[in-house]
Design a protein. Structure first.
Length: 259
């Protein structure tokens, strides 16, 4: 399909500025020492907390490592205490932004409508969105996985053009696999990814759907990245725990590339 693999580390609420810069430095050393060119062959993104972004942007300068944020507000500015705007992210050197992570949906009242509003703000500011979808364990057990994913996609991507959609990254993160050590099997993940791509094809046409990169997220690590990314519709990973140690993250990138 020619879709470039994209591996993104979602650091969640981990790593202060010094720790974040140190992690990127270590990653740089590992790549230099091994002569590895993986970061050029895949898109590698790190998504630190807001206050760590500046230090990480500085540390990643001159490398292929790209920086992302973990959230964005839909307004340009104003009385939204605790929120961050697209302009603030863009001018901080951020290129990607995660939107609608399940932890935001679970703990902070994020809905498909707010995901859609944040997505539109990201596009307005030229940021590359990584939009997360995924079902809860109870939803999977009730055989509602596909219906849940379809609803999240239809709501989250409402009013988006095909051209915009082609540049958006979708992350399929089954909530029962996040931070639990329970990875979806490659077959389970591939079935969900294929469903997501089918839903995108219904909304935007096959040509657009084939361009969209769909990451898997949920206990992905170096030991399972290869077989997951080998699946037809799995184009990379959104990594939590395994992105917090440079050695493991670098190993995961190599495995995802099949090296
Ligand atoms: P873990 O890799 O820690 O399961 O987290 C996945 C995730 O939520 C990435 O956004």
């Amino acid at each position: 399909m020619g879709r470039k693999v994209i591996i993104a580390g979602n650091w969640k609420m981990n790593k202060n500025a010094a720790e974040g810069a140190a992690l990127v430095e270590e990653l740089k050393h590992i790549c230099a020492d091994s002569g590895c060119s993986c970061c050029g062959e895949v898109d590698v993104v790190v998504c630190p907390p807001f206050t760590t972004i500046a230090a990480v942007v500085e540390a990643a300068k001159g490398t292929p490592i790209k920086v992302g944020a973990q959230n964005i507000h839909w307004a340009d500015n104003g009385a939204f205490t605790g929120e961050i705007s697209g302009d603030m992210l863009k001018t901080s050197g951020v290129e990607y932004v995660i939107i609608g992570h399940s932890e935001r949906r679970q703990y902070f009242g994020e809905t498909d409508a707010t995901v859609n509003a944040r997505l539109k703000a990201a596009l307005k500011y030229g940021l590359k969105p990584i939009v997360c979808v995924g079902e809860l364990l109870a939803e999977r057990e009730a055989n509602r996985t596909e219906a849940v994913l379809s609803t999240q996609i239809r709501g989250g991507f409402a009013g988006i053009t095909g051209e915009e959609m082609a540049g958006i990254v979708v992350a399929y993160e089954p909530v029962w696999a996040i931070g639990t050590g329970k990875t979806a099997t490659p077959e389970i993940a591939e079935a969900a990814h294929a469903h997501i791509r089918g839903e995108l094809a219904a909304m935007f046409g096959t040509e657009v759907a084939e361009k969209v990169r769909i990451q898997y997220g949920g206990s992905m690590k170096s030991a399972n990245a290869r077989e997951l990314v080998a699946q037809k519709d799995i184009d990379g990973g959104l990594i939590g725990g395994a992105a917090l140690k440079a050695g493991e993250f670098a190993a995961l990138i190599r495995e995802a590339l099949g090296k």
